[in-house]
Write a protein that binds this ligand. Structure first.
Ligand SMILES: [Cu+2]
Length: 438
């Protein structure tokens, strides 16, 4: 029993180490689909491919029809990568400096290859195997699972397990040093009625936790990567050299990121591992609120972080092709489509309400508007744009990664929707309600 367990451990270790050759399994399986009925020559073609950054060098390799193809892959980059052929033959994930040999079997047709780390193929990590004297390159796309967007119905009610994300923003408190561990966790979360995605999160939610403090506070953050690929974090709320604290860490690793919040704002934090578009789209973002000095007390303080979702299959990760094409299925506040239609924010007539807004993206800004309301106060990107006694404002316009707050009070009871007045985004889920009572 004990020796069997140890033996198994060794095999797994060797595969995870990335240097193990799998002479039988992968090679035989791929030979059946790569040979296209060609007569084997009995020769072997060996090719060296280096990974440099997000590229295979060379990116095109040639093999005579009927030869067995061995591809030696050396990862000279700084992140983990692999090489997968359309036949399913693959290397393990290779850490920087590691090497593995992929046995493509006997090759009788041209083949596509790519890196299977999320988003890397879309960033150009593709390899073409051209066969000389074989059949034409078959560009049949690999079959993909149906998108969860097909199950999307924004008129539907959320499931019985639905709990709205708390939009009420707690006061900053008195601590001058904020110590927090942010753990990257891959979790399945409902993002719209009937639609669940496998998100990459900071501490299990997207957006991640809201941090709040005063100008001069120190934030001592430990990032732990419990995910399955490399991740990182970038806090806009502190100025520092990004080289070390914003580095990508591999699963199982941790880093310490310490910054001083020297300026007020509602600041974005996000994973900055490539492709950032995909890492943010799949849940890796959040807000740091640093209060302007002498921020007045109000009756209600809310926060709305807007982001997009590019739906992959049910329970799957974001669709990297949709991210690349800038085609979101949903635009949402605080991670769930129209959640405050189902669970409205509340206020009373005449009370002052402050709403902090952050456009987390990855790609879309917001034109934040309250239907039936007018803002008498607008603060954005470090300064008041409008204060009571001057004019009024109808929207808070924010580019991606910008933030601010608005203040207003309501003249009479009713249900006041809040939206991004980029109307297609309101119709894609950036919509909620403030229920105003007497
Ligand atoms: Cu990430």
């Amino acid at each position: 029993m004990r020796s069997a367990a140890i033996g198994l451990g060794l095999v797994v270790l060797a595969a995870a180490g990335g240097v193990a050759l799998d002479p039988a399994g992968a090679g035989l399986a791929s030979a059946q689909s790569a040979d296209a009925g060609v007569t084997p020559t009995g020769h072997t073609t060996s090719v060296d491919v280096r990974i440099e950054g997000m590229r295979y060098v060379p990116a095109t390799i040639e093999v005579p029809a009927g030869d067995q193809l061995l591809i030696s892959v050396q990862n000279t980059g700084e992140d983990r990568h692999d090489l997968v052929l359309e036949t399913g033959a693959r290397t393990p994930r290779l850490a920087p400096g590691e090497q593995a040999t992929l046995d493509a079997g006997v090759v009788g047709r041209s083949l596509d290859g790519w890196c299977s780390v999320a988003g890397h193929r879309q960033m150009g990590m593709v390899l073409t195997v051209n066969v000389i004297g074989g059949s034409e390159h078959d560009h049949a796309p690999s079959p993909t699972a149906a998108s969860a967007a097909e199950d999307l119905d924004l008129m539907a009610d959320p499931g019985p397990g639905f709990t709205p994300r708390e939009a009420r923003l707690a006061p900053a408190g008195r601590a001058k040093v904020h110590r927090l561990t942010l753990t990257v966790q891959e979790v399945e979360r409902e993002v719209a009625p009937g639609v669940t995605q496998r998100l990459w999160t900071f501490n299990g939610t997207a957006p991640g936790p809201v941090l709040r403090g005063q100008v001069g506070d120190v934030f001592d953050i430990t990032l732990v990567n419990d995910g399955s690929i490399g991740h990182s974090i970038d806090f806009h709320s502190g100025a520092l050299a990004p080289d070390v604290p914003m580095r990508t860490i591999e699963p199982g690793q941790r880093l310490v990121y310490r910054f001083t919040a020297t300026r007020a704002g509602i600041w974005l934090y996000h994973c900055s591992t490539m492709p950032m578009s995909l890492h943010i789209a799949n849940g890796m973002f959040g807000a740091v609120v640093i209060d302007p000095p002498d921020l007045p007390r109000v009756d209600h303080e809310y926060i709305a972080v807007q982001s997009e979702l590019y739906l992959g299959p049910q329970n799957g990760e974001a669709d990297a092709d949709k991210v690349l094409a800038d085609r979101p299925d949903l635009v949402v506040f605080n991670g769930y489509a129209q959640q405050y239609d189902h669970a409205p924010l509340t206020a009373r007539v005449g009370q002052r309400v402050r709403i902090w807004v952050l456009a987390a993206g990855p790609n879309r800004g917001t034109s934040f508007h309250v239907v039936g309301g007018q803002f008498d106060t607008v603060w954005a990107e470090g300064a008041y744009r409008l204060r009571p006694g001057a004019g009024g404002a109808q929207t808070l316009g924010l580019f991606p990664a910008q933030g601010g707050f608005v203040e207003l009070s309501f003249p009479e009871p009713g249900n006041y929707p809040f939206v991004s007045h980029s109307m297609i985004d309101a119709e894609r889920g950036a919509h909620g309600v403030i229920r105003v009572g007497r």
